[in-house]
Ligand binder design. Sequence first.
Ligand code: SF4
Ligand code: SF4
Length: 255
Amino acid sequence: MRKGVLVDLTRCVGCGSCAVACKLYNGLKWESGASPIGDKAQLGSENWTVVRKHVAEGKDGAVWRFVKTQCFHCLDPACASACFVKAIQKTPEGPVVYNERLCVGCRYCMLACPFQVPKYEWDKAFPAVRKCRFCYDRLQEGMQPACTSACPTGANKFGTRKELLDEAHKRIADNPDKYVNQVFGEKEYGGTSVLYLSDVPFDQLGFRTDVSQESIPSYTWKVLKWTPYVAVGWTAVLTALYLYTKRRADVEEGH
Ligand code: SF4
Ligand code: SF4
């Protein structure tokens, strides 16, 4: 069953426990001037999830809202489609994972991601792209992600994507005056594994709402199939880079 996370922004109190749990579980550094919590919080190679504070226009005036952000783990991810060495892959359980050993540092995944999630280790001698892995190792052991297990309010809930979607629509139907009538991630860019509910319009919270409901790979290939010369040239470049990476991996393994 494909897994997912439902983030109900009406229940998030901005405590940051999810961001702390992610750092602790994944051994991510605390960097000065790059807090994962607050109005300047930004995703980074050491910040795989952040809780950003927004001031929004509520029904009775200005309100604070806290938005937990991480990789959306798209159903048909543009990053995986752009990665010619298959360092990034979509798993059947839902997580979009990557293998640092295969990464050649081309950063096409960063260009492809519509949510600007993958980040590069600019300060390392042998940098790689890094992002939330949906705690794939924990899922394989029957556990939930570190961030959802740490949430004290249930704002950040783990389950199957179908169960979470059903629950999200039920919450909206039961409280039509409270929630915006949209589950962000149900259809955006072909659907994502991380879903959001909100009581203020999503565009006030840093979400882009004018986006395609088709996945990026699906319309990219619709265009590419009409451009055979571009495709042939592109394939040659990708093949050369793939052979280079494979050779590098073989050398590292002593073959
Ligand atoms: S799923 Fe795991 S890696 Fe991703 S944000 Fe949560 S704790 Fe971090
Ligand atoms: S742990 Fe839960 S309540 Fe706290 S910031 Fe994260 S999502 Fe919000």
